[in-house]
Design a protein around this ligand. Sequence first.
Ligand SMILES: [Mn+2]
Length: 153
Amino acid sequence: MPGDKIRRDANKSLKKQPLSDIKNINEKWVAELSDFLKEKNKVNKQTVLFMIEKMRSRYETFKTLTNIEIQKGQKLNLIGDIHGQFYDLLKIFLINGKPSATNLYIFNGDFVDRGSYSVEVMICLMAYNLLYPNYVFLNRGNHECEEVTTLYG
Ligand SMILES: [Mn+2]
């Protein structure tokens, strides 16, 4: 019955927990963020701006080319073209394991466009990059610019 469905939906929304305030980006918060995004919640503007500012100050110091040395016992996952498929990203983490000191990831560009969840992908990747700057690497793809996003976003 439609009434039951509405009631169920209302109960479901009551159960939604707000995302904890971002103070520092730790493993617990990133896991919480990932679940929050998975449930199709919107992250507030202050949180996203906080992350963008942190990313900007880090990336401004980067050279064009980064060398990565893989140590014994570390696994490297090289992932390309997520293209706004947030649920595929979660599946990749499920199959290959979440990023960690022994489970490194290079995301080789094209995080956005084509799929429906470009913002969610970007927020999640930024969070992991800020959490593990030495284990999660983001290379900019040709879609990470205003002109291409305007066309394909
Ligand atoms: Mn592509």
